[in-house]
Design a protein around this ligand. Structure first.
Ligand code: EPZ
Length: 429
């Protein structure tokens, strides 16, 4: 099994190319289910989750081809993926596949819209919280689907098609917004989604659906208005840059007192993080090529932060901020409001010498001068990368086990950090 070994203490200095966003690529790939034509996605990150979803879509009959980068192309440009769902071979998404990646539950809406029926396994447990799917089902029922749960599967039927509806989500959900959007584009009539997630990945999906012939207004707002169309056609769309990857490397640079240029990062989608970094004494500046992050000299200042839906501080950056705050000069408070159990990194950070106390949804981090390398392991993607950040500042050697979590969402992490001076390597243990 692979592990990552890091010897801490080096400053990060240089450029890091930001990959296409995992959490945009996944719903975009699923959008291919909505048309008989080819959907071409550019700037697709090379990640285990992308491969996994490819397998899941293959099971529904989607032909997928991936072209790597061409000579002379920027190394950060990702792959070009062509998805072709000429016919849907199977409207069932089985437990063996869905349980390995929750986002695959989002095939429910588009399969239902295109085929009038879908049978998708309930996703099951998750390391960061219970993560129910009630809002997805509520939205699809409002569009006229009849939904039953049979033997662990959601069975949705709309034999005479979906009908536009007014849907007001009681809570912001990225996945439920994706699922309903992916269904409403082919529904009969107008759908209004109130309290829609405003995450840039939702906007990216909406832009792609528009390129495919969909009619959607309100992108970037919490009120999406969709005029259903009879069919969608093929399109070419580039996946937006990964704001979570960019935010993660921004904090890695800050952790080492370094200076990096995050090439391709969208500063306008990282405003909450930039504000928090500023309070902590880290300068993050939007440049022509991306985002430049510098912490020269000075101690980090502690900050208090609550996660919230976009444009608030992202839950997907919470663990990384906690790692950073272990080095602040004072006490920070980090409150997780999105997922009830997203603190699995705390005990591992403590193994590296961090001083963190948990009380309900709030972690109190007392900055310490010294982290020391150790063997650690993580239970989810963002938790594992928080350990990488801590290890970059820890004395001695840290070995991070269960690297497959990292490979789900960070493309080439050891090369990207290594090229900026980190002492990091992938080892087999
Ligand atoms: C997406 O998950 C992301 N995943 C997550 O990133 C991210 O943490 C999350 O949004 C929040 O930003 C992908 O994009 C693939 P939600 P999603 O539905 O859609 C509750 C990562 O590391 N809820 O917005 O599953 C839910 O329990 C991952 O890349 C319901 O109550 O998240 C949570 O408390 C992890 N009922 C809140 O809403 C529902 O039907 C937000 O979840 C659906 C959700």
């Amino acid at each position: 099994m692979d592990a990552i070994r890091i010897r801490g203490g080096n400053r990060l200095e240089g450029e890091i190319p930001i990959s296409g966003a995992k959490n945009a690529a996944l719903p975009l790939m699923i959008a291919s289910l909505l048309t008989k034509d080819r959907l071409v996605l550019e700037n697709v990150p090379r990640l285990a989750d992308v491969n996994m979803l490819g397998r899941i879509l293959g099971n529904h009959g989607v032909d997928m081809a991936i072209r790597g980068k061409r000579a002379g192309e920027h190394s950060g440009r990702g792959s070009v993926m062509t998805l072709h769902a000429e016919t849907i071979a199977d409207t069932t998404a089985p437990y063996e596949l869905v349980s390995r990646m929750r986002a695959s539950f989002w095939v429910l809406g588009p399969l239902l819209a295109r085929c009038g029926e879908a049978r998708v396994s309930m996703p099951g447990g998750c390391a960061i919280g219970t993560r129910p799917v009630d809002l997805h089902l509520m939205g699809l029922e409002a569009l006229g689907a009849k939904i039953d749960v049979e033997a662990g599967y959601v069975v949705a039927r709309a034999p005479s098609g979906l009908k536009g509806a007014h849907i007001a989500f009681p809570k912001v959900s990225v996945g439920a917004t994706h699922n309903v959007l992916l269904a409403a584009v082919l529904a009969n009539g107008e759908t209004i989604i109130e309290n829609a997630a405003r995450e840039p990945e939702v906007g990216d999906l909406a832009e792609c659906l528009i390129a495919m012939g969909g009619r959607i207004e309100g992108i970037g707002s919490s009120r999406l208005v969709v005029q259903g169309v009879a069919s969608l056609h093929g399109a070419t769309h580039a996946v937006l840059p990964d704001r979570i990857e960019a935010g993660t490397y921004a904090m890695a640079a800050a952790m080492t007192g370094g200076s990096v240029d995050l090439v391709g990062a969208r500063g306008d989608q990282l405003e909450a993080l930039i504000e928090v970094l500023g309070r902590a004494g880290v300068e993050a500046t939007v440049t022509n090529t991306g985002l430049s992050v510098t912490r020269n000299g000075g101690k980090l200042r502690p900050v208090s932060v609550e996660t919230s839906p976009y444009p608030g501080f992202a839950t997907d950056l919470q663990a990384q901020l906690m790692a950073l705050m272990t080095q602040a000069d004072g006490i920070s408070k980090i409150t997780e409001t999105i997922f009830e159990n997203r603190f699995m990194h705390v005990q591992e950070l403590v193994r590296l010498g961090a001083n963190i106390a948990l009380d309900g949804d709030t972690a109190t981090v007392t900055g310490t001068d010294r982290l020391a390398g150790a063997q650690v392991m993580a239970t989810d993607l963002r938790a594992s990368v928080s350990l990488v950040i801590a290890a970059l500042a820890a004395e001695g050697e840290t070995v991070i086990n269960r690297v497959y979590h990292l490979d789900r969402g960070f493309e080439n992490i050891e090369n990207k950090l290594g090229r900026c001076g980190a002492d990091i390597e992938r080892i087999s243990i």
